[in-house]
Design a protein around this ligand. Structure first.
Ligand SMILES: [Zn+2]
Length: 101
């Protein structure tokens, strides 16, 4: 089984993924595709927004409070759902295919 991650990412933009999977909205740009997320970090007991940034282009994410980070939406999906790569990829592929039709 292969994992065409490029195709998945082309079908499911980080922009759309994060908008529907995180509470909050896109915040101010911090440069090179990075935006502050106007919401709480999903990986720690965040009480004050302002530490979680997301790259709209690559899907990478990073929290400056707890240090959680990853390189794309698959990494985010694995981390937040406690999934292994294969599970996360399969789930996101379903999501991207549903969204297309
Ligand atoms: Zn955090």
């Amino acid at each position: 089984m292969s994992f065409p991650t490029d195709r998945l990412k082309a079908n499911l933009s980080p922009e759309r993924y994060y908008s529907s999977n995180l509470n909050g909205s896109w915040g101010k740009p911090t440069g090179h595709g990075w935006h502050l997320w106007n919401g709480l970090c999903p990986f720690h007991q965040d009480r004050r927004a302002g530490s979680f940034v997301v790259n709209r282009t690559t899907g990478a994410f990073k929290c400056f409070s707890c240090g959680s980070s990853g390189g794309d939406i698959i990494a985010f999906h694995m981390k937040i759902n406690g999934m292994i790569f294969k599970e996360a990829f399969k789930k996101l592929q379903e999501v991207s295919q549903c969204a297309q039709s």
